[in-house]
Write a protein that binds this ligand. Structure first.
Ligand code: CA
Length: 146
């Protein structure tokens, strides 16, 4: 779980390591020095993540690829404000979404770019992709099913 991976699919996710900085909106949430969650930069000042990621004092790292190597592209941002969805339920994780306002805006460059938010919901069966610092298990095509 050190390099960024991407996955796509409907029910079964198929993943692969990302090319470095191919997901410039990908953000990492840290509690002190511990990686806590992935997130998305949605403007120079705002980050979208899950409400359950607010476990203590957190900060945001942008422009990262390998979490354990300083690549010179990272931006470290303090959080000025966290806004948890008012309907968030920590027991069943309903409405598990949170906005983080950065204390200082991100410097946008080729490594740090906001993700445009969708203007509509995905249709059933529509191909979507996710990215994050998760575990990427190599699969054979016979594992993929249909
Ligand atoms: Ca790094």
């Amino acid at each position: 779980m050190q390099r960024l991976v991407a996955a796509w699919g409907s029910l079964k996710l198929r993943g692969h390591p990302c090319h470095p900085h191919a997901q410039p909106w990908q953000a990492a949430i840290f509690e002190r020095s511990k990686y806590n969650c992935g997130a998305s930069l949605i403007s120079s000042r705002w980050v979208l993540t899950a409400a359950h990621c607010l476990t203590g004092p957190i900060h945001v790292r942008l422009g990262d690829y390998n979490l354990y190597v300083r690549e010179g592209t990272e931006q470290y941002k303090a959080v000025a404000k966290s806004i948890i969805h008012p309907g968030y339920n920590c027991t069943d994780h309903d409405n598990d979404i949170m906005l983080l306002k950065l204390q200082n805006p991100a410097r946008l460059n080729r490594y740090v770019q906001p993700l445009g938010l969708a203007s509509r919901c995905a249709e059933p069966g529509e191909l979507c992709s996710v990215s994050g610092w998760g575990i990427c298990v190599k699969q054979t095509t016979s594992d993929w099913g249909d």
